[in-house]
Ligand binder design. Sequence first.
Ligand SMILES: Cc1cc2nc3c(=O)[nH]c(=O)nc-3n(C[C@H](O)[C@H](O)[C@H](O)COP(=O)(O)O)c2cc1C
Ligand code: SF4
Length: 440
Amino acid sequence: MRDPVLLTAGTEEHDLTRLDEYRAVGGYAALEQARGMEPQAVVDEITNATLRGRGGAGFPMGRKASLLARGTGKPTYLVVNADESEPGAFKDRDVMRFTPHRLIEGCLITAHGIESESVFIYVRGEYAHEFEVLRAALDDARKAGLLGGVTIVLHRGAGAYICGEETALLESLEGQRGQPRPRPPFPPVNGLYGAPTQINNVSTIALVPKVIELGAAEFSKIGAESAPGTAVFSLSGNVANPGNYERPLGTTIRELIYDVAGGVAGGRELKGVIPGGSSVPILTPDQIDTPMDYDSIGAAGSFFGSAALIVVDDRCCMVQLALRAAQFYMHESCGKCTPCRVGTRWLVQLLTKIETGEGEATDLDLLDDVCDRMLGKSLCALGDFAVYPVSSYLRKYRSEFEAHVAEGACPFHGESSIEGILAPVDQHAAHGLEQAAVTT
Ligand SMILES: Cc1cc2nc3c(=O)[nH]c(=O)nc-3n(C[C@H](O)[C@H](O)[C@H](O)COP(=O)(O)O)c2cc1C
Ligand code: SF4
């Protein structure tokens, strides 16, 4: 039997960017159903379905909604995180590009559930095409009278990874510099404009119509017991058929790499796999029978993250890979707190020294020490994201780091497969982006 698909359902036969085609596959029926329900009943359905956030931490969406402050006299806001800037992650892009109405329907159902009249979708600055597709779909939904008094604001960011962190995103939406806020208070109590705010990832929200359509009991039968439903897994790096594939949560890494994406490119040997985007610890080939769900990946010592699997083959220099990752996080560090602002620079300097053959034996312990001084000591998780790749590669492939020092050069002599895995930081990538905000 074919695996059930929820997020991508209907995309093979229909152009779901079109309202009539989305309706032809039952689109907006769940909205009608939800509007016939009490708001709390909608939230209960999401809670009972154990819909866990697809943006990184896997926090249950229903539980988040139950934390929203009530009776404050302030409006309640829904904010959708469409910033998707983690290297390796490109699942939300396809939701916006191919099924924008599913996202809009999810927003409207959630808005009904949490009794919100204002929704903000914060779209990654570089996703210019996706922004336009979403804008056109929103226009069509509005003209068809589907918004029902809810205002949906599309906001295009200016190309900063930190604006995916939920409180930096709120600052940016408010027109401030995108930097994280100290917590508590958390957004359900004090979020956008100081009001109670529900924040969820694009893919989380786009699953909501299926939760209502199927009902919590049926939805829970799909995927892993602790994490029902599906996820769109983004496979990249040294893999034969890179791309987005929707599969139930709990599908093993081995199945995803070998059965779904055609195995390691060129039939090479697998050296490791980064399961959740460049910020999470790497797993080794003996760990690929781990199911891709939050708890199993956590037990294996990594994170589900953004379900972005980066495949690394035996030709990759792990020092180069660590350096590329560290350069990205240094570039994206907002500079607000010292461990991350200073620590990311230390990581880059030490890794550069080792990669260019200038490293000394003591530098490996120093690298470890810098990681230790950053981990858990930064204002937001970006500080930890900078550490996980470096510390996990150093721990699991230490002999390669030692070989750089012993040989006084990179043992891969320019033959590494790095270019197929992580692109170098483009210092100018964000320049020239015009910002646009559209209200309907
Ligand atoms: C540096 C940083 C970047 C993040 N980027 C994103 C992002 O691009 N998209 C996203 O949904 N969550 C991102 N997150 C996680 C969000 O802070 C938040 O947990 C998430 O949007 C909640 O949605 P969910 O519960 O539906 O997963 C990021 C977190 C950090 C620390
Ligand atoms: S951890 Fe880094 S990105 Fe996060 S607030 Fe501190 S400096 Fe900014």
